[in-house]
Design a protein around this ligand. Sequence first.
Ligand SMILES: *Cc1c(COP(=O)(O)O)cnc(C)c1O
Length: 386
Amino acid sequence: MTPPIAPHSAMMGPPRYRRGWVDDAVAAIEADQCRTADTHLIRLIVPALAGIDIYLKDESTHPTGSLKHRLARSLFLYALCNGHIREGTPVVEASSGSTAVSEAYFAQMIGVPFYAVMPRTTSAEKIAAITHYGGNCHLIDDGRFLYAEAAALAARLGGHYMDQFTFAERATDWRGNNNIAESIFNQLQGERCPLPEWIVMSAGTGGTSATIGRYLRYRRHPTRLCVADVEHSAFFDAFCKGDCAQTCERPSLIEGVGRPRCEPSFVPGVVDRMMKVPDAASIAAMNVLTRRLRRPVGGSTGTNFLALCRLAAQMREAGTTGSLVTLICDSGERYRQTYYEPQWLAARGLDPAPVEAVLTAFLDTGTPMGLDILDADNPCQMRGAA
Ligand SMILES: *Cc1c(COP(=O)(O)O)cnc(C)c1O
């Protein structure tokens, strides 16, 4: 005897199993991506550097103002699809600000409470943005306790510690899915040199450089990856010494990049070269690029641009041509009261003027750059890497 067939299933097939809230949360995040355009790849016109084409991937135009929009989306999808975030789960993050802004945006979108644990020095603009999206800010004095404080808060709330510094490298689909690397190569298709000599990126979590470096290998592109580290950060020493245990006591002045420890999401094995950019030089390059683009960029974009200019200068000296790509990580609007404020710079002993003069001369006339910057090729695979 055949079982009776319910009239509705004859018409619509068997009733579909639904995961309810999680399905809706994932759908809301996917719909947001659907509404959002890709970011621009801007060509910087520098007549004095004939044969060297410079491109800037403008991540400041995401809805939440930085490249962390991509990371926050990936982290939320990763946590939802792993069953870590359910209806009502409080989400906690350790952040220097930008990630928390973007995560607050997605938390509000799917309706879960959000808590950002951040250093007290985080810019007022970022704190205001997190609050705007309904997030809570928990400010601490000593940045070294950021991770422990965030984990402890999540435990107290019965929530989920997102832990960008661990999960950034694995939450992103490095093989494609229009990740930042795939997007850059797609956008270069019509250019004179569609395969760049170098892609340059600074490191905060290290996640973006990990995605780019893996993608280069996966697609077998000849492009190399240069990571620009900042003055107060553990990444460069860890890379040179092949030792993940390196630390840096002083907190980075350049928001979003430079870490006291070599973060688990930093994947040194896919980095071809690193440079160590002094903070005054990052600010100098930020100012120079801001004038050339006629709009303000953030400090880490200055770090990126200085390393890119050094590579361009070395290409000129060697008589090679080709293209170079880096990122505009966020806008300078967030740093009006800091990097763009002469008194703020003077109070920290930062004088960008000398490097600004050298960089301007290089971009205006191609004059070789005599900058004393630490620069190292990948010495070996890291020992003690997770
Ligand atoms: C996070 C961040 C970076 C570095 O990106 P990672 O992928 O975390 O290494 C650079 N600039 C800004 C402004 C950032 O917020």
